[in-house]
Write a protein that binds this ligand. Structure first.
Ligand code: ADP
Length: 449
């Protein structure tokens, strides 16, 4: 096992990793920007080092500073969390060169799954079903593109090859808007990822976002855990996740789980990762992408399986063997996660950074809180707006929802706007209560457009 882990991240995930390390008896080093010196992760870690100014490119993405911090503190491993450098092949390579273990998959796995077009081609070869599409970048002025769109069949979706966070995507319903949509998606992709390449695929109608947690050890064993349903999204970004999915039955779970396992095995996957699928209204499923890191929504899987995924991730990176099989995993109940953001739901979700006054966060039976905020904490304007994840657990879906509703009513965050009222609306909605809603749920049933 490692002696000291540096956490190259901030916010709730840095706190989550520190907690896992502490339970494993591993010392921790927090890094932080100048804007984050009063952050919870800095207070929780055994040691902390400032790596640069507020701007992420100068601090949380500053590879030389982070490596120097690891060397100065004597850390033998780095946990990247999610976002920032978590899926950066170059960073994984630098860590390796410096003799510091990167807690994640091999750099080749990140590379193979990082380019969405290459990943789709690889999955096709491995026998995993994929969405019909261009199979390569498309250009607005290529005369063959319109013919291809017609062949695939409208609606189609234009997506960034370097995509993430739902950026650089455009749904196209007819040829009239195809050219413009490609240009707009390219511009957005260039701004967000520095790479303008986009590709085209069939827009799966009434899609359900279903993903599988997978774990792999360094000796070739891979296993999958029961699915997460992340269909409740705003602008292609997840807001609510639950497990198990009310849309999936045992037979489909097994079939998709095996496909996820094959996907991970095809890139020799080690540690934890997620294989994302789209499932259409006829329950046909398609590989979408693989995320080669721990995900924001990992707690719902932890709640229903009893497995601590972050501890497992660290143990697998340290060379331990995977100690369980997919077939033996029991679903212990039902879990839901609501992402509470510092945003104003009444003003088009504009971010609301600022100082938190009085703070009351819920607890009680079946409620877990993953957060880094505290009373008197100032949320800086430089980073994402996630301030807390409320995770409920119940014997069944109904109990999990009732507990979440109860918890959401208890939330009191003075001084900043947050999205807990929107989550309450979702939990109370008749369609949501029925279960199995698709990704159009929010615009259709909550925002009424
Ligand atoms: P990102 O990496 O930006 O998060 P994803 O490929 O994971 O992008 O897609 C994010 C969301 O966009 C999906 O959960 C789904 O709602 C929607 N989406 C992506 N591809 C398709 C598709 N072919 N058909 C329908 N919806 C899609």
């Amino acid at each position: 096992m490692f002696k000291k882990v540096l956490i190259a991240n901030r916010g709730e995930i840095a706190c989550r990793v520190i907690r896992a390390c502490r339970e494993l008896g591993v010392k921790t080093v927090a890094i932080h920007s100048e804007a984050d010196k009063e952050s919870m992760h800095v207070k929780l870690a055994d040691q902390s080092i400032c790596v640069g100014p507020a701007t992420s490119s100068e601090s949380y993405l500053n590879i030389p500073s982070i490596i120097a911090a690891a060397e100065i503190s004597g850390a033998d491993a780095i946990h990247p969390g999610y976002g920032f450098l978590a899926e950066n092949t170059y960073f994984a390579e630098v860590c390796e060169t410096c003799g510091i273990k990167f807690i994640g998959p091999k750099k080749e796995s990140i590379e193979k799954m990082g380019d969405k077009i290459a990943a789709i081609a690889l999955m096709k070869k491995a026998g995993v079903p994929v969405v019909p599409g261009s199979g390569g970048p498309v250009d607005a002025d290529d005369p063959k593109v319109a013919a291809l769109a017609k062949k695939i069949g409208y609606p189609v979706i234009i997506k960034a090859t370097a995509g993430g966070g739902g950026k650089g995507m455009r749904i196209v319903v007819s040829e009239e808007t195809l050219r413009n949509s490609i240009i707009m998606a390219q511009e957005e992709a260039k701004r967000a990822f520095g790479n303008p390449d986009v590709y085209m695929e069939k827009y799966v109608e009434e899609p359900h976002h279903i993903e599988f947690q997978i774990l792999g050890d360094a000796y070739g064993k891979v296993c999958y855990l029961p699915e997460r349903d992340c269909s409740i999204q705003r602008r292609h970004q997840k807001l609510v996740e639950e497990s198990p999915s009310p849309f999936i039955d045992d037979a489909l779970r097994k079939k998709m789980g095996k496909a996820a396992k094959n996907a991970a095995a095809a890139v020799g996957y080690v540690t934890v990762g997620t294989v994302e699928f789209l499932v259409d209204k006829n329950k046909k499923f398609y590989f979408m992408e693989m995320n080669t890191r721990i995900q924001v929504e990992h707690p719902v899987t932890e709640m229903i399986t009893g497995i601590d995924l972050v501890k497992e991730q660290i143990k697998l990176a340290a060379g331990e063997k995977l100690s369980f099989n997919s077939e033996k995993i029991k679903i212990l109940g039902h879990s839901i996660e609501c992402r509470i953001n510092a945003e104003d739901p009444d003003k088009d979700f504009i971010p609301c950074p600022g100082k938190i006054g009085k703070l009351y966060l819920p607890g009680g039976p079946g409620i877990r809180l993953d957060t880094h905020v505290y009373s008197g904490y100032t949320i800086p304007p430089f980073y994402d707006s996630l301030i807390a994840k409320i995770i409920s657990f119940g014997e069944n879906r109904e109990e999990s929802i009732l507990r979440m509703q109860r918890a959401l009513k208890e939330v009191e965050i003075e001084g900043i706007k947050n999205t807990s009222s929107l989550h309450y609306k979702i939990m109370s909605n008749g369609q949501f209560r029925k279960g199995g809603v698709a990704t159009d749920f929010l615009p259709k049933y909550i925002f009424g457009r």
